[in-house]
Ligand binder design. Structure first.
Ligand code: N01
Length: 540
């Protein structure tokens, strides 16, 4: 245990300090400022947008439908903004967030190009002291993290990476200016949601694209298309109903969950349903039957359906064989694609199975696996993130007695939170979409809004009741974490290596840090806790 030794002479003091100017930070700033609190947001980027500021890689778009992937706190805002297509592209989402920042005059309280390096709780004055990478510090009564779940990039520690003579990029830190692939031999490592989006786009431009795949993926066509103005008009007209349905749903989108098992229908009926979902595009296969992610036999029916599609689409049988996934469908993020499998029919694309022949080294000229050497001009790392805990543990966050979050969570081995919002030992600190909340297994803006509203209501409650501190009880935290684990263990999710379980980061303890009970049920639980005077918290 370390006591904070950092000192600062002159610190500006706020009611609340927020890290991050993405969906979370922007709304937190707006909401708290409207309630009369002084707020300062610190953002590492030069502009607003968070995930959508950093992820500028070719093909980047969202897999939630546009009309649901936005704020719903303001009907006026919802009606003022018009999305152009079913699945929004990164530049359009970034424009939307800039529009929001301008509409609500948010930038004046955001300090850009500033990274929070540490945040220490001072028990003498019940304040958070927050340290910035420019050497200054500030303090606040409340410390709120809006750091995102996927902002700590994972660049595998390949031997030789620093000697590579070409250019290399991680998709999560893509340059603002266009990366030119024309005439280049490009290698891409990783076939998750990001790789699957980038591969077809890069293949169109590069002289040759080599895809280094460790785990084949289940994808379904996105069938993206421009929106019909009439469809948008109806969505705007039905704003209140759409908002209600999203908030009460399982995954944050107005999808009515199936009550049927995949095993109770005939194979013909199942195929009809899967074909319909495939033709419609999007995540319909995932929600076609209620037991797809809880029953192995039900899961296999979808898995085999997608494998059959891959065999049909990819012409070279050797390549299609290498593209066939075998883990439980949906237990890694289900992917929606545009021409992903089709891309392997191109002459200028090669698939390399790095599970069979692992990457040994990045060489000055390219990349070597245990079987062959590949000459490359550019390498793209679509290798993902240290999810959920990574972004928080990058910051030296210390609560009571100087105990760090890293120590409390034992580096991730014993991550415990209360509702994914609060931590025992860390008074007046709130996490937006923290570990053990629905977050990434939901439509993010819906979960973000719910957290922001809960947190700002709580801070208003504190003011109304003249309270100084709020802190999660250890028992409440233990019970919530236990509940999260039990829900996860009743599914197939925990049986697959993925970033959901932490298995993608060497040395990261295995767990399951996302609440699978659903957005609607979770919201109800959080509301009840608040209505019961913040049950499970100590308020002083
Ligand atoms: O990251 P990932 P991502 N050697 O972790 C491979 C969201 N998102 O950036 O599967 C070789 O899923 C790794 O292989 P394996 C979404 O929530 C959303 O693609 O671990 N390969 C895998 O293929 C998503 O789930 C959208 O065996 C290595 C890939 O790199 C999350 O972000 C779009 C390796 C990483 O896949 C993360 O997606 C994009 C190594 N050492 C992202 N290390 C949409 O909304 C890793 N890999 C559409």
């Amino acid at each position: 245990m370390l006591k904070s030794t950092k000192q600062s002479n002159q610190v500006a003091n706020y009611d609340a300090i927020v890290i991050g100017a993405g969906f979370s930070g922007l709304y937190t700033l707006h909401r708290l400022r409207e309630a009369g609190f002084s707020v300062r947001v610190f953002e590492a980027g030069e502009g607003v947008g968070g995930t959508w500021y950093w992820n500028r890689y070719p093909g980047a778009r969202c897999d939630s439908e546009s009309i649901y992937y936005n704020y719903t706190f303001s009907e006026e805002l919802y009606k003022e903004w018009t999305w152009t297509s079913r699945y929004p592209e990164q530049p359009e989402i970034l424009s939307y967030l800039n529009f929001v920042a301008t509409k609500f005059d948010l930038r004046r309280d955001i300090q850009f190009k500033t990274r929070v390096t540490a945040a220490h709780y001072n028990e003498e004055n019940n304040k958070w002291h927050v340290y910035l990478n420019d050497g200054t510090s500030v303090s606040a009564k409340y410390f709120i993290t809006g750091v995102g779940c996927l902002s700590a990039s994972n660049v595998p520690n390949f031997k030789g990476i620093n000697h590579f003579k070409g250019e290399w990029y991680h998709t999560g830190h893509w340059p603002h200016e266009k990366v030119d692939f024309k005439g280049k031999r490009v290698g891409i490592i990783g076939t998750g949601s990001t790789g699957v989006q980038a591969i077809p786009v890069i293949a169109q431009e590069a002289e040759h694209l080599t895809v280094f795949q460790r785990t084949p993926q289940y994808c379904a066509p996105a069938r993206n298309h421009p929106y019909d103005p009439e469809y948008i008009r109806q969505a705007k007209e039905n704003f209140s109903e759409i908002k209600r349905q999203m908030r009460e749903s399982q995954g944050g989108q107005p999808v009515i969950p199936s009550t049927k098992s995949a095993l109770e229908v005939s194979p013909e009926e199942r195929k009809r349903v899967y074909e319909e979902a495939w033709e419609k595009g999007g995540l319909g296969l995932f929600t076609a039957y209620y037991d797809v992610t809880i029953n192995e036999a039900a899961n296999e029916t979808v898995a085999e359906f997608v494998r059959t599609k891959i065999r049909e689409i990819v012409k070279d049988p050797k390549v299609s064989q290498n593209l066939l996934p075998s883990y439980f469908y949906g237990t890694k993020r289900p992917i929606i694609d545009t021409n992903y499998y089709e891309t392997y029919n191109r002459e200028n694309v090669t698939l390399v199975d790095v599970k069979k022949a692992a990457i040994e080294e990045i060489t000055p000229q390219g990349l070597r696996t245990t079987e062959a050497e590949y000459e490359l001009d550019t390498i793209v790392f679509a290798t993902g993130y240290d999810g959920m805990t990574g972004p928080l543990l990058k910051i030296d966050i210390r609560g009571k007695d100087g105990v760090s979050l890293k120590e409390k969570w034992a580096g991730g081995a014993q991550t415990r939170t209360y509702l994914g919002i609060a931590n025992a030992g860390f008074p007046n600190m709130f996490m937006i979409t923290g570990p053990e909340s629905p977050s990434v297994l939901s439509n993010m803006p819906v979960s973000i809004e719910q957290h922001v509203e809960w947190i700002s209501d709580c801070i208003e409650y504190m003011r109304e009741h003249g309270l100084e501190t709020i802190e999660a009880n250890v028992e409440a935290e233990e019970a919530w974490s236990k509940h999260c684990r039990e829900v996860a263990e009743s599914t197939l999710f925990t049986k697959t290596d993925s970033w959901y379980t932490g298995a993608n980061i060497p040395g990261k303890p295995r767990g399951f840090l996302i609440y699978l009970g659903g957005v609607g049920a979770y919201r109800q639980k959080c509301t009840e806790i608040a209505e019961n005077g913040y049950e499970g918290f100590a308020l002083m």
